[in-house]
Ligand binder design. Sequence first.
Ligand code: HEC
Ligand code: HEC
Ligand code: HEC
Ligand code: HEC
Ligand code: HEC
Length: 249
Amino acid sequence: MAQIFKPSSNTVARFSLFLGLSAPVILGLAGAAVSRSSLNTKVNVPKNQPVPFSHQHHAWELGIDCRYCHVSVEKSAQAGIPGTETCMSCHSQIWTNSPLLEPVRKSYEENIPLKWNLVNKVPEFVYFNHSIHINRGINCNQCHGPVQQMHITAKGNSFQMQWCLECHRAPEKYLMADKANPGLTPRQQVFELYWKVQRQEKLTAREEALVTGGTARSEKAEDVTAGKELVQKYGIKTQQLSDCGVCHR
Ligand code: HEC
Ligand code: HEC
Ligand code: HEC
Ligand code: HEC
Ligand code: HEC
């Protein structure tokens, strides 16, 4: 199996024949084998940004919902980065003299978008979709780490193939539902967890781990049993979830 994760272009070609992957996918995969480490592994390293935007201030201390800024995260593949107007909905009225916000005001006046540096990126040949994960109740932190505690945003996980596959092979170890709120849809639960924190409600040990440590993974028998029930309830076909074609189309 190790070869699947670090193939030479030769292995890629052989695999592609074997798997019947399409030509553009094969080219993409072969190229990537050479340059894999440069971009993809910088976990926990904050990136320079035009404005020192803090999730800790905005999402944790002020309690602004993720969806206020990442408007498309439940509905589409991309979460979306907010435009300057979103910042100015508040900052035309508060902290209006802050020098740190000068680039935001300039961007607004000149109608030129801020150039945020993307922190998370999978290569072109990998298909990813936010909405399906949110709709299965997978919290942002599971993939991005404890974002609401970050001053400057950093990558929370490697996003290497093996990391994706760990969950795709055994989603029952990750899926969980809030027993205290059985009426919530999985998607609502993703955001409700952040609101629970705002309301200072008691969290379960697993919720706490997700909020502060960035993972819901559990090997405990009762958690795995509950996870298996969710797999069944959501109709997840675990067998097919690690097929190459799910992520390489
Ligand atoms: C819902 C209102 C709201 C929105 C929307 C908002 N902010 Fe803020 N922001 C605040 C408040 C309130 C503070 C002060 C927080 C504090 O220091 O306790 C703040 C502080 C800041 C600061 C620190 C300013 C300083 O001098 O310390 C920066 C930088 C900032 N925001 C950037 C942004 C950017 C960029 C956006 C858009 C992506 C944005 N904010 C959207 C309310 C908002
Ligand atoms: C007030 C607006 C605002 C809110 C609320 C907000 N974000 Fe963000 N988020 C931003 C901005 C602006 C960026 C781009 C700058 C950066 O990376 O910090 C960003 C970037 C990110 C990134 C990195 C994107 C990349 O570059 O790959 C993640 C992940 C993220 N946000 C998750 C969240 C989560 C999870 C929440 C809710 C807990 C949240 N955000 C709430 C404005 C917001
Ligand atoms: C299953 C893992 C996973 C979950 C859950 C997840 N993300 Fe992401 N996120 C990713 C990956 C992978 C990328 C890079 C996607 C790419 O390169 O196309 C990304 C990119 C982003 C980006 C930057 C690019 C974009 O899509 O606009 C933002 C912002 C973001 N995520 C916010 C969020 C928020 C907010 C949540 C929760 C509501 C969330 N993510 C949940 C894996 C995840
Ligand atoms: C914590 C668990 C988890 C992680 C981590 C995760 N996924 Fe998923 N993924 C799921 C689940 C659950 C589904 C839904 C399967 C279903 O409903 O049949 C899914 C579905 C998908 C789909 C199918 C989307 C569709 O429209 O058919 C793609 C593509 C995907 N994931 C890509 C990725 C990639 C790429 C990564 C790593 C960057 C990743 N996932 C990380 C759990 C996860
Ligand atoms: C859950 C999503 C997912 C599935 C399923 C998946 N991959 Fe990947 N694959 C990725 C991601 C993400 C990357 C890019 C990150 C990396 O290089 O690890 C990647 C990269 C690759 C690469 C580039 C070389 C490398 O290691 O950087 C090859 C080759 C590859 N995958 C082959 C396969 C094959 C063959 C299968 C089926 C056995 C498969 N993948 C199944 C997500 C997936």
